[in-house]
Structure formats: C-alpha cells, structure tokens
Write a protein of this length. Structure first.
Length: 133
C-alpha cells in the first residue's frame, strides 16, 4: 500500500488538496496482481465571512481485492463529484449561537467494466439547516 497527498492554499480564501493511494493484492495461485487506485481532490473557496463553497472529486479503479479470504475478480471504475455550499450565520443571542445551512449535490458514476449491465449513475440533492445553541 502506498499513499501520497498534498495541500496548498494559494490565497486566504482558497484551499486545495489532492491524494493518491495504491493498494496491490497478489493472487499467488494465478500469479496475478490486482491493484486498487484511488485519486481524490478537494477545493474549498471561502465566499464571504459566513460561508464557503466546496468541490470534491474522487475516482476509484479497483481490479479486485481479498474478500472473505478469496481474491475477487472484478474491474470497477467509480467516479464521484460533490458540490456543497455551507453558510453559517452567527447570532448575538444568549440562547442561539449560530444557524448553519448546507446545500449539497453529489453524483456517483459506477462502471462495472466486466459486466456493463451493472453500471449506474446515482445522484443526491440535499438541504440541511441546523440551529446551534
């Protein structure tokens, strides 16, 4: 297993990070190597004092791994995109300290490169509000 990552802040408002990991599973009986690679990136931009916009991307390519003591045989590509807007409004109130609102959209593309009939695209749109005491 190998993992690498980096992060930088080119401005006070922008933060960017990226990671890579590689896990190799060896099937000794068939003399095969089954790698799993994961790439991800996150960019967060502070829009104003009370909010931020974030974009997260993830890609996984998995050719198999050990499950229940057996090396599985599959070839999967999964790509995720997530967009979110976070707003925190502070209150000068002894009972309520802030109100947090989050709007998020996530999309996942799952591709089974051995059995394409298993492919799908899923999406989720969510809104959440929280009052902090």
């Amino acid at each position: 297993t190998a993992k690498y990552g980096t992060a930088l802040s080119p401005t006070q408002s922008l933060n960017i990070s990226a990671n890579y990991s590689l896990k190799k599973t060896n099937d000794i009986a068939l003399n095969l190597e089954k790698p799993k690679e994961v790439y991800d990136a996150l960019a967060t931009y502070k829009i104003f004092d009370w909010g931020s916009f974030a974009y997260a991307w993830n890609q996984e390519r998995n050719l198999g791994e050990v499950q229940a003591g057996i090396v599985s045989n599959y070839d999967i590509l999964k790509i995720s995109n997530n967009y979110s807007l976070n707003i925190i409004i502070p209150f000068s109130n002894p009972a309520i300290t802030s109100f947090k609102f989050t709007a998020s959209y996530k999309e996942v593309l799952y591709s089974d490169l051995i059995a394409p009939s298993n492919n799908f695209l899923a999406s989720l749109l969510s809104f959440e509000g929280t009052i902090n005491f």
